[in-house]
Design a protein around this ligand. Structure first.
Ligand code: SF4
Length: 326
């Protein structure tokens, strides 16, 4: 460790002032404290925001959902309204981390968590994300768990969050509060692909704070769920995953929301798969045909070519689980 100062914000105004002055927000601390121990992150000032009133889950009449940024992962997963309306969110959370971590980590912190790329966490390795301009050791190194979609020559790391995949599929919105007031950012624009600046990961302005994640109302009935494929059955990150939500009425798929995890530098929305599904009748043939589009644009690396086929199979299987078939 190294010296840093710590302050606990009593209210939002105090937090924003400290954030504007370069303070780093911390709540559950399940990612940041680890990274500080390893000296991967070296914030000079920590601003504890755990006392802010951001712990509510609100369900609006038509099924829109607002999750406060400081609600614990475990509490979101167990919430009756979330379970009833969006099982894909509960399932993604329950398949994440350990029970102890889910009891500590917040929703805002979860989507802000940093990559599990081992080179990023090894301060002796070249890593453009940790140290811009130093290179990317993963590009020609051991890259079995890395991304096949949204990569650049500067970074090929995956985003590790499961629930972020559900949020991407459901076309959530992130609510931000900063020195200039409140604004909302579509989830698809909140997490940034690496491009030539992999050190910049979110569309946050200086001092901005996540206050909530909002899920828009979707037509009912809505079936949804999350499938995670990994090397071991618990406490492991996804090799591939699929979040699927389908509105089926009169035997026809009217709306489809599909995203993948473990394969992209950000949670990866699959619009080509969604387009294949809309207006069609559920069937095993349809699931297979649609899932063929899941890896469109993939650029596999030396050790992760298997993810192309695995991704298609993961999506196909989850479409069948959620949508049924004939
Ligand atoms: Fe760093 Fe990204 Fe390369 Fe990993 S993949 S070493 S995080 S630049």
């Amino acid at each position: 460790m190294y010296p840093f100062s710590y302050t606990k914000a009593a209210d939002t105004r105090q937090a924003l002032t400290a954030g504007r002055n370069g303070g780093r927000y911390i709540a559950g601390g399940t990612t940041l404290v680890d990274l500080m121990r390893e000296t991967v992150e070296r914030p000079r000032t920590l601003v504890d925001i755990s006392a802010l009133p951001l712990r509510e889950i609100t369900v609006a009449k038509r099924g829109a959902l607002r999750i406060g940024a400081l609600v614990r992962m475990a509490d979101v997963a167990a919430h009756r309204g979330v379970r009833a309306l969006y099982p894909v969110i509960s399932e993604a959370l329950e398949l994440s981390a350990s029970a102890q971590l889910r009891n500590m980590a917040t929703i805002g912190g979860n989507i802000m968590q940093r990559t599990r790329c081992t080179y990023f966490r090894d301060v002796n390795a070249d890593c453009n994300k940790r140290e811009p301009g130093s290179g990317c050791a993963a590009l020609h190194g051991v890259n079995r768990t890395h991304a096949i979609l949204g990569t650049s020559d500067d970074c090929v790391a995956t985003h590790p969050s499961d629930v972020a995949v559900a949020f991407a599929a459901l076309e959530a919105t992130v609510v931000l509060l900063g020195p200039d007031g409140e604004r909302t950012v579509p989830f698809a624009n909140f997490l940034l692909k690496p491009g030539s600046t992999p050190n910049r990961e979110q569309a946050l302005r200086r001092g901005e704070l996540i206050t909530a994640v909002e899920i828009p109302a979707l037509p009912r009935p809505l079936r949804s769920g999350y499938l995670k494929v990994r090397d071991r059955q618990s406490y492991e990150f996804a090799l591939t995953s699929a979040a699927v939500a389908l509105h089926i009425s009169g035997g026809v798929i009217r709306q489809a929301r599909v995203a993948a995890g473990g394969v992209g530098t950000v949670p990866w929305k699959l619009p080509a798969v969604e387009r294949e599904l809309i207006g069609k009748q559920p069937s095993d043939t349809l699931w297979a045909t649609a899932a063929e589009r899941a890896a469109d644009g993939a650029r596999p690396l030396q050790h992760n070519r298997f993810k192309v086929e695995l991704l298609k199979r993961t999506v196909e299987r989850q479409l069948r689980i959620v949508g049924g078939g004939k």
